[in-house]
Write a protein that binds this ligand. Sequence first.
Ligand code: SF4
Ligand code: SF4
Length: 200
Amino acid sequence: MAAKVKKLMPRVVFNKLEKLYQEMQESYDQVAAEIDFTCHGCPDNCCNSFFRHHTRVEWAYFWKGLDECRPELRREIVKRAGEYVEQMQRDLSLGRDPLIMCPVNFDGWCVLYRHRLMICRLHGVPSTHTAPGGQSRDFPGCFRCREKTELLSHVPRVDRTRFYHQLAWLEQSYVGPRIVKMDKVNLTLAEMIVHGPPFK
Ligand code: SF4
Ligand code: SF4
């Protein structure tokens, strides 16, 4: 299946990825409005959550943003990412989940917001995903959102299904037929930064 998708120019794929991100944002905003939810006043900052990403296309698009940064900012982010990975490895070797601030978060703000990855974009509000076999999986949203929705009889959700499909298609269009021979991606953002872009 994957080999049948035609490889596209990175510029074309990135334009399509930006459109997909825009659709995610619209879907997120709609659900957030329905439950009257914002991050304003949150005592937490979920950018220290531990999660991994799975596509080279998002990895490359993130690096496009990093390449466009001022050199001193980029150097600082790369340094922070190295420290993140060291701490992450220590935590994992001790059997605990890392709780480390993302290297791109400065004083509570994402300095590469336009280039952040899908998981960053969909975290927060309730969502759902239906696998090809028909099984659905619901995600409750962050702790503040759960507090808002626990008494609702109907909880609106972002449907991640088509976003996952479109992202998988973009991944194949970006990588091309060689994707069938490549390892799956399973990296934190810090590891993606330390590694450099997926294709050099
Ligand atoms: S998504 Fe939730 S936990 Fe994260 S900053 Fe917003 S309100 Fe806070
Ligand atoms: S990339 Fe941005 S939004 Fe995502 S975890 Fe890092 S700082 Fe937060």
